[in-house]
Design a binder for this molecule. Sequence first.
Ligand code: HEC
Length: 159
Amino acid sequence: MKPLFLTLLAAHLALAPALAAAGDRPMPPPQAPALWDYITKTSPYTKWSQWPDYSGVRRSRSPHGPYNQVYANQAALRSTKAPLNYGAIQVKASQTEDGKLKDVLVMYKAKGYSPKTGDWFWAMYTPQGRPLAAGKPAGCIRCHSAMGDNDYVLAHQFR
Ligand code: HEC
């Protein structure tokens, strides 16, 4: 018979990966409903930080707005150069003149999702989470391509 401690050690090693996975928050698949759940329930974007060179309420240069705030998760903020780390999510909360949430625009860097366009999954939602566009919308990509060497990011400039 094996000594008890060996049996316990084996059991512990077998369980360790499962426990580690349960402790982390698994990233969502690149799909509009799963991503909305992630950014509002699993890891609410309003508690994330912002790019140091684009924080607080800003006037939009884009068709969305007229105002916006951009939030970025840790995987995004830890990226020191383009391209961003996989798992990076940026959320642009576009706001009306009087500060009400107008729509929620998201870029999510998902490995293998779309190698030709930076592996970004794009989505636009109503404040209630109804997707208005999702996937690889040509409009989002065309405008953001202006900053292709900055990994399609317009609010923050990598150096
Ligand atoms: C005509 C240009 C244009 C189009 C089309 C556009 N954007 Fe943007 N986007 C911008 C600009 C400019 C910014 C920088 C913030 C600002 O001024 O609003 C931005 C910022 C963002 C950000 C914050 C991160 C970053 O890259 O700066 C997200 C997320 C985003 N857009 C998502 C989308 C999605 C999703 C779509 C399509 C549904 C889209 N955008 C379409 C111009 C555009």
